[in-house]
Design a protein around this ligand. Structure first.
Ligand code: PLP
Length: 284
């Protein structure tokens, strides 16, 4: 597999990053994951805009222009023959060759790394046909979840807790209300109304969330952006999550309580179809 590191395309075994890189030492880094369907990038523009916002919020320099970023994405997809899969992008604050809590000087270049992951069957996913079983866990992450940093230890632990419980994923709960999933935004549907938490620093501003809410509104579905509890979601007709890498994922069980008849609900299923269809048409 060919990867991209700081201006160079290299075989993955030749790629090198300093052990002093702040991404490695301090999780001082942001990332994006862009899906590839039919060899094309899904919502590249949305990811590029959010990356810029994450960098700005952390006073981190842009490693290259948006056009260069697009070119790197496309070249890796082509070189690695990705038809269905992902492009992972990470930008770190780099390093001045030492470990220090204080940021290095402004002229320290950021590090940028991109690689692809081949995922045949990403769109026609068996997991989406089955639907996800969710556990709830306390949200103990930091207070700037709107910035897409690589501080993913707690979300990883959440996935492991779900796996141990025989489930697929975890929803995070803070002050009695669901914030989001470990790596996705969370929704339930009751009496035809889609409910999801409003945007704030408490959750990641999902690219897929934005697109799916727009498509839901265009399909005349009602949307309420408000706080909700696990109990309310358990009493829903259906539920789902959204993310760039799993699109719209139906949820069929929350903390052992089956939703509806325990199979993917009609609105989640329809939104997945609409999202895949429209995103693919707009892919570049
Ligand atoms: N929330 C969290 C915590 C995430 O990690 C992600 C995706 O990685 C999302 C939500 C969904 O965001 P997007 O739709 O942009 O992938």
């Amino acid at each position: 597999r060919t990867v991209y590191v700081n201006g160079e395309y290299l075989p993955e075994e030749d790629a090198k990053i300093s052990i002093f890189d702040r991404g490695f030492l301090m999780a001082d880094a942001v990332y994006e994951v862009t899906s590839v369907l039919d060899g094309k990038l899904i919502d590249f523009e949305g990811h590029a805009v959010r990356l810029k916002r994450s960098l700005d919020e952390l006073d981190m320099a842009e490693p290259c222009s948006k056009d260069e970023l697009l070119e790197i994405h496309r070249k890796l997809v082509e070189e690695n023959g990705i038809v269905e899969g992902l492009v992972y992008l990470q930008v770190t604050r780099g390093s001045d060759g030492d470990r220090d809590f204080v940021f290095p000087s402004d002229d320290t270049p950021p590090s940028i790394v991109l690689f692809t992951q081949n995922k045949p069957g990403l769109a026609d996913s068996p997991a989406a046909k089955k639907g996800a079983k969710i556990i709830s866990i306390e949200d103990i992450r930091w207070g700037r979840r709107d910035i897409k940093t690589v501080q993913l230890l707690y979300p990883s632990m959440g996935k492991m807790m779900a796996k141990k419980a025989g489930c697929d994923d975890a929803w995070l709960v803070e002050d009695g209300h669901v914030t989001e999933g470990t790596s996705n935004n969370a929704y339930f549907v009751k009496d035809g109304v889609i409910v999801t938490r409003p945007l704030s620093n408490d959750i990641l501003h999902g690219i897929t969330r934005k697109a799916v809410l727009r498509m839901a509104a265009e399909a005349q579905l009602k949307i309420e952006e408000r706080l909700f509890t696990i109990e309310e979601a358990q009493g829903a007709d259906e539920a789902f999550t959204t993310s760039a890498s799993a699109f719209v994922m139906p949820v069929v069980e929350i903390d052992g309580v089956a939703l509806g008849d325990g199979t993917p609900g009609p609105i989640a299923t329809r939104l997945r179809e609409i999202y895949l269809d429209e995103s693919l048409k707009a892919a570049i």
